[in-house]
Every structure is written in C-alpha cells, then in structure tokens.
Ligand binder design. Structure first.
Ligand SMILES: [Cu+2]
Length: 119
C-alpha cells in the first residue's frame, strides 16, 4: 500500500512552516534557508493561473490558491499531480522532486493552463 502523492504534499507545507517557526531567532534559520528549496505560490484569479510559468528549484513545494468565486482544479497534463475541486480560498500543494517542465490545466475550464519549470 502506498500513500497518494497529494496526501504527502499536503503535509509538507505545514511541516516546513512548523520547522521555520521552531527555528525562529536561532542561527539555524540561515542554514535551513540555504539548504532547502524555495517554496512558491500560484494564485488562481479571474480564470488565470498566476504566474503562468513558475520556475522553482528541485524540492520546492508549490501551492495553488483559488481566489475566484468559481471552483477550479490543478491537473498535471502528464498525470503527475491532480487537485480536488478547489472552492474559494482553498489550496492545493505539490512538492516537485524531479527537474522538468510540468504543464497543467484546470479540468473544469481546460483553456486555463499553466506551467511549472523545475530546475
Ligand atoms: Cu477552472
């Protein structure tokens, strides 16, 4: 039995935030910042993924947030990740562990597309 990727990715962001909070004020913060990948956000607003192309380092967790009053999804064209339907202000996170270009779209509105470049 293996856990689905989405379940693991959903835990990654809170865990990293907890680590950062616990380390606040200590010299370890600098070491953690240098050693870990930057995380990034994509906002879904007015039927647009912004930024449309996002470049992140390997290991980064990307979080999509739906700022529309319309439900949207984030679905990898190659089946790498797939969110559930996100209502207003709902989020979906995925951690990219391999370099590559990941195209995605909204399955409710397939003309909505975006890309994550992992390098
Ligand atoms: Cu949509």
């Amino acid at each position: 039995m293996t856990r689905k990727n989405g379940w693991v990715a959903g835990l990654a962001a809170p865990v990293m935030i907890a680590v950062m909070l616990l380390s606040a004020g200590s010299p370890r913060v600098a070491a953690i910042d240098q050693g870990s990948a930057a995380n990034a956000e994509v906002k879904i607003d007015n039927f647009v993924f912004g930024p449309q192309t996002l470049t992140v380092p390997v290991g980064a967790t990307v979080t999509w947030t739906n700022k529309d009053d319309i439900p949207h999804t984030t679905v990898s064209t190659d089946g790498v990740f797939k969110s559930k339907v996100m209502d207003t202000d709902e989020k979906f996170s995925y951690t990219f562990t391999k370099a590559g270009t990941y195209s995605y779209f909204c399955s409710v509105h397939p003309k909505m597309t975006g890309k994550v470049v992992v390098q």
